[in-house]
Design a protein around this ligand. Sequence first.
Ligand code: EPZ
Length: 449
Amino acid sequence: MHNDHFVVQGLAGEKKLRGMVVINGAKNAVLKAMAASVLFEDELCLENVPDTEDVKKLSHLLSLVGMQITFDSTKRNLCMKAETITGTDLDPDTTKAMRGSVMLTGPMLARYGRVSFSAPGGCVIGARPIDLYIEGYKKMGATIEQKGDHFTIVAPKGGLKAAEIFFPLQTVGGTETLMMTAVLAKGKTILKNCAMEPEIVSLAEFLVSCGATIKGIGSTTMEITGGPLLTSGGAPYVTIPDRIETGSFLFLGALCASELRIERCNPAHVESAIHLLRSVGVSVEIEKNDPYKGVICVSTKNDSKQEKNGVRKSVQIRTHEYPGFPTDIQSPAVTFLTQVQGDSQVFETIFEGRFKYVQDLIRMGADITEMNPREILIRGGKPLRALGKDEALQAHDIRAGFAIVMAALVAEGESVISNIYYIDRGYEKLEERLTALGASVKRVLGQKA
Ligand code: EPZ
């Protein structure tokens, strides 16, 4: 964990950035594909892997239990061999530090009949319990021993058995993890009220191509019939483009660029963000509609006057499970809306603590009222000003970190943003990509924490 910080020169509202940004493979797809490697009897290789902190951390966690992992950062592929795994005690510090590691517990339990780990603490965006995972394992016959935040979970003698599991709320990680677990459980597991994120569909389709039996992919009810270990047969999992990174850059482009070309994305996965931007008069052209090599152009050169006789209809965002407006793009959208004339309402329906960064935007001059922990009202059009060095801005979570960089870019003056470790977890080399667009964002190295 490093404590580098960014120094950002604000553009004072000028839309000066221009150029092209290439989207990386999706963090929230690759972490699950890494967990899925435990279900395979042969080597599984992943392609289009982002070189981010979370990938490094999950690789480290798996190598600690003996998995053989090779990462080629130039070719961006990661190869994993579960057959060399020798233990099922996951390093407690790592599992606590990164929630994505809880995805590993299901496949480990299904394959080896046992797993121990420390529950990931809540993070700044909310408590983020893992009760739905634990409930699911219990339904499949496992016994749970919990001491504080440490869990030891053991499958029954004959292995996990199929179950019917209803999710009381749509959980992305819960859906993926129990889907992976059911791949090796005896019988037909039925998962109800599943999340339908593209990352889940992509993973499920790949597992089916390697021998899994999964019905209802992309719907809220999935049926998984357990079977033997999967085989990749050398076929790689190609990580889908990061739709959250794509959405983040769409809002950054609309806020700070005369023209931004976004390449190697999947436009079909960011419809809600495109719809919002067009509704406030931003020109968004889909130049190429392709699942891996899509191109979107955002241009604000001739900002269409969205006001009809001076008043813009107010914008309302309600974050929602896919295909609704993603909670992970909420903070970049809010920063954008602080600079758009008119009132906007934003409801955060997924996480109870995902507006912490709003206080920083208010300190910078944004006119935002927090109605309650899940709802804010924005009166757009107030210019932002940089905060002095001693009032350093910080990245509260991965996505809020990106939103604060956007705010610093649109502000007048020089901003310092600390805690950018979070940003590095979700956006590879962000300062280099912004500099290439004409921004002045410098990384100042801190000492290793
Ligand atoms: C995934 O987290 C993403 N992370 C998150 O992205 C994303 O915000 C979230 O899905 C929602 O889209 C990864 O894919 C690695 P959930 P996940 O289970 O799976 C509650 C980012 O910035 N819940 O869908 O952990 C939970 O508290 C990150 O890339 C329970 O109550 O999210 C939340 O309120 C942030 N009990 C709601 O469900 C459980 O057992 C949705 O969470 C599990 C979840």
